[in-house]
Write a protein that binds this ligand. Structure first.
Ligand code: SF4
Ligand code: SF4
Length: 110
C-alpha cells in the first residue's frame, strides 16, 4: 500500500525546494533546493531517514494539507478542493516583493 502510494510520485523534485508561505496561505516554491536533494536525479539522498534529517520534510499527507504540492503533482492533480503551490520563478511580481526576505533566509551565510 505504501509502495503503491509512493509509486505515484514522478520524481519531479518540485516539493523538495524551499517554500515561502504568503499571508493567506498561498505557498510559493522557490528555486532553492533542499540540501538533501540530489539534483541529478531529483531523489532524496536521505530518503529512509528524511524526517530525522530534515525537520521540515513532510509526508505526502502533511504536504497535501500544507498546500506545498504543485497543481500537476499526481497526489493532488484534479482535486477541486486543493489549492496548489505555485512556482516563484513564474511570478516575478512576488519575487521582487520577497527578494530581501529570500536572500536573508537562504543566501545569508553570515
Ligand atoms: S511534487 Fe509530487 S510528483 Fe513531484 S516529487 Fe513531489 S510528490 Fe513527487
Ligand atoms: S529531506 Fe525531504 S525535502 Fe529534502 S530532499 Fe529529502 S524528501 Fe525532499
Amino acid at each position: 500500500m505504501q509502495q503503491e502510494l509512493e509509486n505515484l510520485c514522478r520524481r519531479c523534485g518540485s516539493c523538495c525546494y524551499e517554500k515561502f508561505i504568503l499571508d493567506g496561505g498561498l505557498v510559493l516554491i522557490t528555486d532553492v533546493p533542499c540540501r538533501h536533494l540530489n539534483l541529478d536525479d531529483n531523489k532524496c539522498n536521505i530518503y529512509e531517514n528524511r524526517m530525522e534529517g530534515n525537520e521540515r520534510c513532510l509526508s505526502i499527507k502533511a504536504a497535501k494539507e500544507a498546500g506545498i504540492l504543485p497543481a500537476d503533482c499526481p497526489y493532488v492533480a484534479g482535486d477541486p478542493e486543493y489549492k496548489p503551490a505555485i512556482f516563484l520563478k513564474d511570478h516575478p511580481e512576488y519575487y521582487e516583493m520577497l527578494r530581501e526576505e529570500l536572500d536573508e533566509l537562504y543566501f545569508n551565510d553570515a
